[in-house]
Design a protein around this ligand. Structure first.
Ligand SMILES: [Zn+2]
Length: 738
């Protein structure tokens, strides 16, 4: 992400805690059911691309600094764009600094601009390379002269002070929701598109920055809209706070629509593209293209996080193009913006985006380079991408598992107790699916329609706590149509505003009711693994645990009452003392309290787990919990998977259909340096055996490995083909011409 102020107000509560930066941008998990036998082609995929936006496959962004004009060499950059086969560019134009001779009063021309027009020069150069060009603006800060002329354009702090910029005290933070953006920046955008006929405007940091704004415009507009004074509380469950969050979203949506109308009035083929939509649902409704600004990992961010951002975007964008902005620098809190990180780290991050259907967008600050080591690295990545473009122009993912992505849970559900955080459940489930090598998509809560859900055999609710009655009904209908559901913990126990229900919204589907008890954090609790008393056999959901009769429990659990009879493969061993050692023995070694509820409804299977298996997995990474989740997915899915990969290591496995081919991407995640980046070297893994189930009537005409260039021996068995990938360094793609 391009620089992050303290307390970025747009970000959902703690949403990016683990993941580093990244406002997300935002249509349909349009996965194609792979085994729709003899079926006609799938229905038109929601969110089909329109206009020029689907053409570019490789993006570049050059963000100029104020003293670049006269110092940087535009031709150097244009030559680089050509060498990397970039087909679209985002170039600095205006906002904080204008890089062209603007006529808009108070639009600050670079002090180094003179009579030059570096933006115009770069636009003309890119046009000559047949590239699409988007102009970048950044409206979030202004100079003293703007504040003097329009004090009401400046963001106001809670204590009534004009808000200084947190990183550069010479600047003031502008109010994003008032006349500065709606009037001044509107003029700037009109001027840029009119003068240069660019294909779009991309605005960075266009939403409120540095904290809530208490200016006269925000106070009046909020009062007019809701009848309330601006809230002073930050608890998202407070009704006025919630009204404020919804109002802010509506205001940003209005701003998006206004800027888009302005841009299109000047060039009907152009669009406004926000860096980070008000929320994903809105992006699904408005965007022709979206990008994740998730430039690199930091701290303990897992490398699959870039792929996760792609899945989030696709959950609302569907077939429309999505891009992954990556920087080449170190993205840690100290913000060494001119830094360059290791080649393996850059390659792995981009590979995760590409494997998950995002088009690469490299961003670089400063037209003058101090460290050039990244140049050949990105050139090699883009060269590979260019060479294999036809296999990267995906029509749809091939995945039978959907994981519900709930923005309202992130916004309005702080957890059932201290120490519980809904996002940790999602992250744990995500990691378990990666480890299990199961291709999956994210499914957005706002789009639980039959056509969106149809590709999936299984929908997973990883503590999807906040669900509306309508969303619960859509999930119930999905199960009635034969879909399976795996739900954990507090899924559906809260409504869409975060208010707790008396019982699960999906109690009838789970077959259990909430009894009001929340236990945890629990010390030293276990789960007995039990054979069926009638048959003496264990349930397949506890396959692989033959050598033990118990495993560790999670940390939080909900008390539930079954409303029907259930098998009983797993029961509670309650907490007992963990000190002194003499006292560490189970006081109640056996209960009949089930901790796993399994329903086999024929076509549909339902798994409900009343404890925090996913959250504890994320925290503790216990191998037993990972295995149990994998078994639960297999049992609930109850069909052969579309892709199976066996062999050593940790791999992200994704699968796709293109117009005349299918691909399986394998990203080697074994490499990260212990638990933390940045990695220094790529250590190849393999061999991996890859088995792909072809849709009925489809033949594999040719199979190749895109990275190694090899043509593997293909074994055909009915509708499946198998190949062996000898070795994967970072990213390999099995490409199947059909
Ligand atoms: Zn304001």
């Amino acid at each position: 992400m391009e620089s992050r102020p303290p307390a970025h107000p747009l970000s959902r509560r703690d949403f990016l805690h683990v993941t580093g930066a990244g406002a997300i941008a935002s249509l349909a998990p349009a996965a194609i059911p792979f085994d729709q036998t003899q079926a006609p082609p799938p229905p038109a995929i929601p969110g089909a691309p329109a206009g020029w936006f689907d053409r570019p496959m490789r993006w570049v962004q050059l963000t100029l600094v104020e003293n670049d004009p006269g110092r940087f060499d535009p031709q150097f950059w244009l030559d680089y764009f050509r060498r990397v086969h970039a087909d679209a560019a985002t170039l600095s134009a205006g906002g904080i600094v204008a890089y062209y001779p603007t006529e808009v009063p108070l639009h600050h021309r670079s002090a180094w601009l003179g009579t030059s027009d570096p933006f115009g020069t770069l636009v003309a150069g890119c046009r000559a390379l047949k590239m699409n060009v988007v102009a970048r603006t950044d409206p979030h800060a202004v100079r003293d002269e703007v504040r003097a002329a329009h004090p009401d354009w400046i963001s106001v702090t809670r204590t009534g002070e004009p808000r200084r910029h947190w990183a550069n005290p010479e600047l003031w933070v502008s109010c994003a929701l008032g006349p500065y953006n709606f009037e001044f920046m509107d003029r700037v955008h009109r001027e840029i598109v009119t003068k240069y006929a660019v294909d779009g405007i991309f605005a960075n940091r266009w939403a409120p920055q540095g904290g809530d704004c208490y200016c006269v415009h925000c106070a009046k507009n909020f009062k007019d809209a809701t009848g309330n004074d601006l809230p002073r509380v930050t608890d998202a469950r407070d009704p006025v706070r919630r009204a404020f969050l919804e109002w802010r979203k509506a205001r940003l949506t209005a701003l998006w629509k206004q800027w888009d109308a302005t841009v299109r009035a000047a060039n009907p083929n152009a669009h406004f593209i926000p860096n980070g939509p008000p929320d994903l649902k809105t992006a699904g409704e408005l965007a022709a293209i979206q990008f994740t600004d998730n430039q690199a990992r930091r701290g303990l961010t897992p490398p699959w996080n870039n792929g996760r951002r792609a899945k989030e975007l696709r959950s609302v964008m569907g077939r429309r193009p999505i891009g992954g902005i990556f920087s080449v620098g170190v993205e840690e809190p100290y913000r060494w913006k001119d830094s360059v990180q290791s080649e393996p780290e850059i390659r792995l991050w981009v590979a995760e985006g590409t494997a998950n259907g995002m088009r690469p967008w490299v961003t670089k600050f400063s037209g003058v380079l101090y460290d050039r080591r990244w140049l050949p690295v990105v050139e090699r990545i883009y060269e590979w991408h260019f060479k294999h473009e036809r296999y990267l122009r995906n029509e749809a993912p091939i995945a039978r598992v959907g994981l519900l992505y709930s923005e309202q849970t992130a916004a309005y559900h702080p957890g059932v107790a201290q120490g519980d955080r809904a996002e940790d459940h999602l992250l744990g489930m995500y990691h378990a699916l990666i480890e299990a090598r199961i291709p999956f998509e994210l499914v957005h809560e706002a789009l639980l329609t039959p056509d969106r859900l149809e590709p999936f055999k299984l929908l997973i609710l990883a503590d999807a706590a906040a669900l509306s009655n309508a969303q619960c009904a859509a999930i119930r209908d999905y199960a009635a149509r034969g879909g399976s559901v795996l739900a954990t913990f507090a899924s559906s126990l809260y409504d869409e505003t975060g208010q707790r229900r008396n019982d699960f919204g999906l109690a009838d589907l789970f077959g259990v009711s909430f009894d009001g008890r929340i236990d945890g954090p629990m010390q030293n609790s276990y789960l007995n693994l039990d054979a069926d008393p009638a048959t003496g056999r264990r349930h397949p959901i506890i396959d692989g645990f033959d050598e033990t009769t118990r495993i560790i429990n999670g940390v939080f659990r909900l008390g539930v009452r079954p409303a029907m009879s259930f098998p009983s493969p797993m029961t509670l061993v309650p907490t007992y003392p963990d000190l002194p050692m003499e006292d560490v023995y189970p006081r109640v070694p056996r209960t009949d309290t089930r901790e796993l509820y399994l329903r086999d409804l024929g076509a549909s299977r339902v798994v409900y787990i009343p404890w925090d298996i996913d959250r504890t997995f994320w925290e503790v990474m216990c191998v037993d919990h990972g295995r149990l989740l994998r078994n639960a997915v297999r049992w609930a899915t109850n069909e052969p998977p579309p892709v199976e990969v066996t062999g050593p290591g940790l791999l992200d496995v994704t699968a796709w259909r293109q117009r005349d081919s299918m691909t399986v991407h394998l990203v080697n995640l074994t490499n990260p340096m212990m638990m933390k980046g940045p990695l220094r070297e790529l250590i190849p893994i393999g061999p991996e055996r890859v088995t792909v189930r072809l849709p009925a009537g489809v033949r594999a005409r040719k199979v190749q490995l895109l990275t190694s260039g090899a043509t593997p021996r293909v074994e055909t068995n009915g509708s499946t083909i198998s190949v062996t990938v000898p070795s994967i360094e970072c990213h390999e793609v099995v490409a199947i011409d059909t």
